[in-house]
Design a protein. Sequence first.
Length: 228
Amino acid sequence: MAEKPHLPVPSEEEQERRRFHMVEEDLAGRDIDDEAVLDAMRSVPRHLFVPERLRDRAYCDGPLPIGEGQTISQPYVVASMTQLLELAPSSKVLEIGTGSGYQAAVLAEIAAEVYSVEVIPELYGATTRLLRELGYSNVHVTLGDGFHGWPEKAPFDGIIITAAAPRIPEQLIEQLRVGRHMVLPVVTMAGWTQQLQRVTRTAKGYTVQKLYDVRFVPMRGEIDRRQQ
């Protein structure tokens, strides 16, 4: 079977037009109403965070593969998870699962500092270079197991996990300020679905808000091994 011909890569002007259309139709046209989040989604060039062969699809509202068995999340989900964190310009955020770097870049447009942990060496190297090239000096990436978070930089004003955890990682809640949120996908008890949840740390523990079904790659590292 003959290979499908590659579509021409859209110009930067066309990509910007598509990006603004995505924000208006797929985000603001739904329930994303935090102006800081909408501005961040307008600012970050998602097409630079996906493989060149997929750049024609960069502003479709769906996930895309980025290699190493990983994906860049659907734009709506990125915006929704960011909005749920309720960040301020002074916020310090922890991200577990740097991946393509797109979510970190969106966070960096809103928060003062973003600390991101990536477990896959190949993604860590490529993403660190890309974020540096794009000028995101307030994003700090380390190679390691996100199960442990980044305790040296705690406490955080928000934590976001971009891979499905088998359970809520309570040790990460300890790195969260009281009253602040951790947003993550959690595998349901049935084991074949995932649910986005928002965990809020309280003075005596934490509360959980169950939101909507999602589909993420599994969280890797010690939390995955402990589940086996």
